[in-house]
Ligand binder design. Sequence first.
Ligand code: HEC
Length: 185
Amino acid sequence: MPPLLKSVATFSVIAFLTACGGSGTEAETQSAPAATTPTTEAAPPPVAAPVSAPAGEPSAEFASLPAPYNTADYARGKRTFKLCVSCHLTAEGAGSLVGPNLHGLFGREVGSMEGFVFSDALINADFIWEPSHLDEWLANPRAFLPGNRMSFAGVRKPEDRLALIAYLMLETGYTAPATEDVPAP
Ligand code: HEC
């Protein structure tokens, strides 16, 4: 290839790559810590559901939470939690359904809640639930702890998980580690 043509070709490749690299990343920049993309869930509904205001409006309910959870949308979190209510209660002392009661989840050893029979996958896992674990677990439970018994495909959208985790912090009595209690909303 003549040198001129060659450099033109190289230039177009670079321009092409740059154009591609620039698109599609904006939505991800301020959202939750990146998690593995779940692949198991069914495709999203074809009709774009008119959700509440576009992302970016912080909800007063979450104002006391640590970043980035204080930027999440409360309505979105509450709505996403509907995926869990058939199996999980969050009120203290309310007992367990198919899944364990989630009160006091944050700061608790995985698979340790008394009175609930966990699978070996959770019993043998060794970590304390923090928001980052929950983000991975909810993105793809099967991949995060293979062999677990939670029949749930996952929450695909990072912004849904961010809001859900923020909502769970409020509902399960989360208190910030190492500092004083988060004031009740
Ligand atoms: C079909 C029932 C079902 C649904 C729906 C479900 N879960 Fe679960 N969940 C379970 C079961 C069962 C376990 C225990 C799994 C095991 O022992 O392997 C569990 C475990 C958990 C744990 C670990 C608790 C601990 O103490 O270690 C968390 C956290 C959790 N679920 C959160 C959620 C959230 C949040 C949702 C909604 C997005 C959800 N689950 C949806 C059944 C469910």
